[in-house]
Design a binder for this molecule. Structure first.
Ligand SMILES: Cc1cc2nc3c(=O)[nH]c(=O)nc-3n(C[C@H](O)[C@H](O)[C@H](O)COP(=O)(O)OP(=O)(O)OC[C@H]3O[C@@H](n4cnc5c(N)ncnc54)[C@H](O)[C@@H]3O)c2cc1C
Length: 637
């Protein structure tokens, strides 16, 4: 299979403009003849459904929560990037493009990244017009702050609740279309299969999570904005419901999966405190603007932080990376935290934590300013740990946070299945091997508000769509497959809970496909994951029945997909004999412990094709060319 990225050529500044001009348009009077199914109503899906409705398409939008307002996007704390250069500190579209390509360790498509940087400025205008209450300076201008991997201040924020405020903006736009009758919303409805007719995506099979009823919806195109799959690791900062099911089932119908092993590990999370834990909590990266990261210089120094004198502290990020200091990108900060803990200099009971200290910032700015900037994050930290971060340094440790991998899409955001579009965290993304902070919201909203509404029309205008008969064999087959899986999960009646299997899978993934990976560890994971999966299918105990709200059943179905995805992630990580961004293969590092890329052999996007149950997937490669930002060893020194 030849992967056609459809990325335009010519001067990068005009690529999107020229491409957009060449796309076919759907005449306004014809838009109402098309139905588009949008799965997901987080920032990506919600903004897409609202924009498509505004354009005049008929939209059906689905989510598994009881309201679009509960999508995982609501958790986003720190902010959203845009190259507005309000601080007059040297920012530009080109600099945001440059930082993102470099930050992603040269594993992203240049054309997409440039478009993202261009659109970033429009997103802020759109959201302000919706009434999103971004923080403002005294003068009334929008305020912004710095995030990792950048030396300029370009992150717009609404305290530590940026995702929530942006989601409320998208939700209002969506509800306006619901009110107008352009969008029909289906909450508590889970997509469990993709319906393909004549090689094109024409519908989805869903299960009503309240009644258990399985049914189908048909449309002329399907859009997946179903979020990331970090929960394959069990413990992550993601919402508990985030899962891979929609994209995984589309993969099994023929959509290629891009870079599945590219996972982001966020350096500033509250450390794991015990076996009972089911979730990890993020402390936003914005805290590294004012907080200083350190550990004791001495191995095994167990004194409380207040009694460790200045000279006996190692501010290791400031020491190793003087120009970026505490604002190095996430992959670099995470690896360094692991390294100092591996040396025995970690703090807290487990020794798996480092300090994030606000003492100096509080001395300089006062409690009041720190409270204004980060008040809700400090409160959250205190509620969880019982310690007051205004007085005692926070303890933080890296945790799984975001997945750069996802379904492969071309420049139009279409997967390898005609008519199937993938947006937001669910696609393989513009972030390469490491996403810079505050750029997921930017990408999700760029996809939903600005890119997809332009590109989808080209597909609709270029194809003819017969109406679908619900008794079509493709529909019957897909519905039967879904019903059978539900039946099988409920009838196994084994001995172990879904969560116990999930926890075990997560541990395997964290140990072998987490922050550090080796060929030997990955091979070991590839041996044990199928064994555990077999055990799961013969021994899982799913409580309740299929005719009522049943979270045990929901989780079991999602875990079944995580098991299969986990194997693909390990396979992908094993194939990539290099280190880049969040993919750190211990065998490939520089003398200073930094990621060692191999551009001669691995400057490509891995795109995996499902070849049937029990068969090895096939690897396809999309070569990456860098005409503007030339690959070099990333340096933040
Ligand atoms: C704690 C935390 C803080 C973060 N902070 C920031 C930040 O400050 N800045 C930043 O840029 N990024 C941040 N991120 C990342 C960012 O929040 C996410 O990448 C982004 O919100 C994902 O948006 P999305 O619309 O793609 O997916 P989601 O918000 O995950 O939405 C997924 C949607 O799909 C639906 N769905 C999923 N599967 C199905 C299915 N099978 N059937 C039906 N519906 C389905 C869900 O119901 C939901 O509506 C943060 C992430 C976390 C975990």
């Amino acid at each position: 299979m030849e992967l056609k990225s459809k990325a335009p050529d010519g001067p990068i500044e005009t690529r999107w403009e020229r491409h957009r001009f060449n796309l076919k348009l759907v005449n306004p009077a014809n838009k109402r003849k098309y139905t588009i199914l949008v799965v997901g109503s987080g920032l990506a899906g919600g903004s897409a459904a609202a924009s498509l409705g505004e354009l005049g398409y008929n939209v059906k939008c689905f989510c598994f929560q009881d309201s679009p307002r509960r999508a995982h996007s609501i958790a986003a704390q720190g902010g959203i990037n845009a190259a507005k250069n309000y601080h007059n500190d040297g920012d530009s579209i080109y600099r945001l493009f440059y930082d993102t390509v470099k930050g992603g360790d040269f594993r992203a498509r240049e054309s997409n990244v440039y478009r993202l940087a261009q659109i970033s400025v429009d997103i802020i205008d759109q959201c302000v017009a919706q009434g999103v209450p971004f923080a403002r300076e005294y003068s009334g201008y929008l305020d912004n702050r710095s995030f990792g991997g950048a030396q300029v201040s370009r992150t717009f924020y609404a305290r530590g609740q940026t995702g929530q405020q942006l989601l409320l903006g998208a939700y209002q736009a969506l509800e306006r279309q619901v009110g107008n009758g352009q969008v029909t919303m289906f909450p508590r409805t889970e997509m469990l299969d993709l319906i393909m007719v004549d090689g094109r995506a024409r519908g989805i099979v869903v299960r009503d999570l309240i009644t258990g009823r399985v049914s189908s919806h048909f449309g002329d195109a399907v859009v997946l904005g179903t979020g990331g799959y970090g929960n394959v690791f069990y413990l992550s900062t993601n919402a508990k419901g985030s899962n891979t099911t929609a994209i995984w089932r589309a993969y099994k119908r023929g959509a290629l999966f891009g870079n599945p092993c590219f996972t982001q590990i966020h350096p500033t999370c509250i450390p794991v405190s015990g076996e009972y834990q089911s979730k990890l909590t993020l402390m936003s990266e914005s805290l590294r603007n004012d907080g200083r990261v350190w550990v004791p210089k001495q191995t095994g120094d167990r004194r409380d932080p207040g009694s460790i004198p200045e000279g006996e502290r190692d501010y290791y990020l400031e020491r190793r990376y003087p120009s970026f200091g505490n604002l190095v990108p996430r992959d670099v900060a995470s690896r360094n935290a692991k390294a100092v803990c591996d040396e025995g200099r970690g703090v807290g009971e487990s020794g798996l934590a480092v300090y994030l200290d606000f003492r100096d910032a509080i001395k300089r700015l006062g409690d009041h300013t720190i409270k204004e900037r980060y008040g809700n994050l400090f409160d959250m930290y205190e509620r969880i740990t019982g310690e007051d971060p205004y007085r005692v340094p926070m303890r933080i440790y890296p945790a799984i946070h975001y997945t750069m991998g996802g379904l492969w899409v071309d420049y139009n955001l279409m997967s390898t299945i005609p008519g199937l579009y993938v947006i937001g965290e669910a696609n393989f993304s513009d972030h390469g091997a490491n996403r810079l902070g505050a750029s997921a919201l930017m990408q999700g909203l760029a996809d939903g508000y600005f890119v997809l509404p332009n590109t989808i029309g080209d597909y609709l205008a270029s194809n003819k769509f017969e109406s679908l008969d619900p008794s079509h064999p493709a529909v019957r087959d897909a519905e039967a497959g879904v019903a059978n899986q539900v039946k099988r999960l409920l009838s196994t009646k084994g001995t172990r809970s879904v969560d116990s299997y999930h926890r075990e899978l997560g541990k395997i993934m964290w140990d072998h496909c987490g922050m550090a990976r080796t060929a030997e560890g990955l091979k070991q994971a590839l041996r044990v994951i199928p064994e555990l999966r077999e055990k799961f299918w013969s021994d899982v105990k799913v409580l309740g029945n299929g005719e009522e709200l049943n979270q045990s059943l929901e989780k079991a179905g999602r875990l079944a997909d995580f098991f299969e995805l986990a194997e693909l992630m390990c396979l992908d990580a094993l194939d990539r004999n290099e280190s880049c961004g969040g993919h750190f293969r211990e065998e490939y590092q520089t003398a200073e412990g930094e990621a060692q890329r191999d551009d001669d052999h691995y400057a490509y996007v891995s795109a995996w094709e499902f070849k049937g149950a029990g068969n090895a997937p096939a690897l396809h490669k999309e070569p990456l060319a860098f005409e503007y930002v030339h690959p070099a060893q990333r340096s933040y020194k």
